[in-house]
Design a protein around this ligand. Structure first.
Ligand code: F6R
Length: 614
């Protein structure tokens, strides 16, 4: 994880770097640092434990001049969060400074080699090994920085996105990547560098996404040059990014998470735009049509994902199996990649990822691809690694998600999975016309129904106050609501640090019901559908043990309101689309509990948005 930023041009680098780090703080925020080659040609490195704001305080009285610099916000892998372990790292002579996102897997061997040559280390990071190695190679062979970086990276096993400064050559930044993302922004006589395009869009919309093992040479007064580790020049395509600044700011909301929860009606509209026709009679995901023979020939689908995206995958399984009658397996990408899965050319693998950078999901994609499976990506971040590694796919188009807890990406993923299942089912003729039309028309009504749900915000904020001091929560659902229960529990635990478990409602009596007492809040998704009566019985079982039931019910429900302690009434929809409605109050509940507890909602402890390490 970690976020990296760089600048070289005519402006003062420091403000650009700090602003960029703030945009990337979602990637990690346990320490931050900046390196600048000053107007007096000094290579100044400033770094602190904690957030970017702490770095700003730390440098208040320091020399922050310079038109070339690199900066880093860290999510610790090797070595605890501390000033010494923060990036940038100096080389021994303090001539070079380097920032790194990723993991150097063979760092111990390289470190031993350097130690035997007299090098000493100030940190316990893998990154310091890399900068020392570059300097060692440069000195030993008397070569320039680019050549030394190329040779060093040829020795490295692992993942990296790096940027290096050389005090003696203040006109160039060298940057490289393998398995960790890196984007170069091209302005007028200036270059920007970042882990994603968000720090760059304020200055230019022209970007180049570096490919695997490519090195960018950002030199003043020269065009962008990209070479590989063997110094062969690489072709590159300049792309135009469509992000705007408003999408990257809070827009009057106290937190990104709340803004993103509120954006969902518009996001889902954007996600469906051009895919559902104006008459609301058809839905087409173009990638499905383009590859329909390959998809329909598949014996089964396997969906790989992590975290919230894995929850969306569980809903996708039910949608595809229901509409398309194709067997679907859902796998944690981290398990799939290491267990020699039975996968081959008869399989379609769907990879779901908001960031498009999750290391385990990317590795699962590569493994499945190497075994001949056809890979379909469902991602949000345009141009990220997973969409580039897949055969085809669909973007969810919900805009940048900055709050670490995923909200609008989840509903966007479920919307795309619904459209995928409908498009494929129509091609396969496995869905009858009436059901197809009813589902498309209802899908189109979902954004308005989401707006109705968001009107419950104040009620849910009041409810949250009652449960702020709970130590545990249980979330229950069945069928399509079971993954929603998992997602509700995940939201609560990640931002409020309250222990929460999601369970299939009927599974309670096989063990977890032992946890229920007067202190235990149990959130039950009990909207009207075929399993309503069954869920009602499950609620009665909890009430019989004096648990506190918070039930999500369909508007006008008069039965559960008599039994549950609290009911949240939601607009009616069809069962398969219910997750798009029931998820929202659970996001709001988690949000308000965390706010009541005074937690940092957008940047919960120990987490990072983009998990680019395994
Ligand atoms: C939870 C959350 C994580 C991510 C997971 C996968 O709120 O955000 O569980 O869902 O890290 O990330 P992506 O979707 O980027 O692959």
């Amino acid at each position: 994880m970690c976020g990296i930023v760089g600048y070289i041009g005519k402006r003062n680098a420091y403000p650009i770097l700090i602003k960029g780090l703030k945009r990337l703080e979602y990637r990690g925020y346990d320490s931050a640092g900046v390196a600048l080659i000053s107007d007096q040609q000094a290579l100044n490195v400033y770094k602190t434990k904690g957030k970017v704001s702490e770095l700003e305080t730390f440098v208040a009285e320091k020399d922050i001049s310079g038109t070339i610099g690199i900066a880093h916000t860290r999510w610790a892998t090797h070595g605890e969060p501390s000033p010494a372990n923060a990036h940038p790292h100096y080389s021994s002579s303090a001539r070079l400074a380097l920032i790194h996102n990723g993991i150097i897997e063979n760092y111990a061997v390289l470190k031993e080699k350097l130690q035997s040559k007299g090098y000493t280390f100030k940190s316990s990071t893998d990154t310091e090994v890399l900068v020392q190695l570059i300097e060692y190679i440069q000195d030993k062979r008397n070569i320039d920085l680019l050549a030394a970086v190329q040779l060093a990276l040829r020795e490295v096993i692992g993942a990296y996105a790096i940027a290096v400064l050389d005090r003696d050559h203040p006109d160039v930044v060298i940057a490289a990547r393998k398995s960790s993302p890196l984007v170069v922004g091209i302005g007028e006589d200036e270059f920007f560098l970042a882990s994603d395009a968000t720090p760059i869009v304020e200055y230019t919309d022209k970007v180049v996404y570096l490919a695997e093992e490519e090195i960018a040479v950002l030199r003043r007064g020269e065009p962008l040059k990209i070479v590989n580790l063997h110094n062969v020049e690489c072709e590159h395509e300049i792309q135009t990014v469509a992000l705007n600044l408003g999408q990257l700011e809070k827009g009057g909301y106290p937190h990104f998470m709340l803004k993103e929860i509120y954006e969902q009606p518009d996001c889902i509209r954007d996600c469906m735009r051009g895919r559902i026709n104006v008459e609301n009679t058809n839905v087409v995901l173009s990638a499905i049509i383009d590859y329909k023979e390959r998809l329909l020939a598949a014996k089964r689908f396997v969906i790989v994902a992590c975290g919230t995206s894995w929850h969306a995958a569980l809903i996708g399984k039910q949608l595809i199996e229901t509409f398309c009658r194709i067997p679907v397996e859902v796998e944690y990408a981290s398990e799939f990649r290491y267990r020699d899965p039975v996968i081959g050319s008869n399989d379609v693998v769907i990879a779901i990822s908001q960031s498009g950078e999750t290391a385990d999901t990317l590795a699962a994609v590569e493994l499945a691809k190497s075994r001949g499976a056809f890979i379909y990506g469902i991602c949000n971040s345009v141009g990220s690694s997973i969409p580039r590694a897949t055969h085809t796919g669909s973007y969810i188009h919900v805009g940048p998600e900055i709050g670490v807890a995923s909200t609008k990406a989840f509903t966007g993923q479920v919307t795309v999975l619904t459209m995928l299942a409908l498009t494929l089912a129509r091609e396969k003729r496995s869905i009858d016309e009436e059901r197809f039309l009813a589902t498309v028309q209802e899908l189109n009504r979902i954004p308005d129904k989401m707006k109705e749900v968001l009107k419950l915000n104040d009620t849910i904020a009041e409810l949250a106050k009652i449960f702020t001091y709970a130590h545990n929560f249980i979330y229950l659902g069945r069928g399509f609501a079971y993954p929603v229960a998992l997602e509700g529990a995940l939201k609560l635990k990640e931002i409020s640090y309250i222990h929460a478990e999601g369970y299939p409602a009927a599974e309670m009596k096989h063990g977890p019901i032992a946890l229920v007492d007067t202190e235990m809040p149990v959130v039950v998704i009990a909207t009207r559908n075929d399993l309503y009566e069954k869920v009602l019985s499950n609620i009665q079982e909890i009430k019989a043990r004096k648990g506190k039931v918070i039930a999500l019910v369909t508007e006008g429900d008069t039965v559960i309101s008599k039994i549950a302690d609290t009911c949240i009434e939601l607009p009616e929809t069809i069962e398969c689309l219910d997750p798009l409605i029931t998820t929202l109050p659970l996001q709001l509940l988690a949000y308000h509990v965390a706010v009541c507890k005074g937690m940092n909602v957008d940047q919960p402890r120990n987490l990072a948005k983009s998990v680019t390490v395994e």
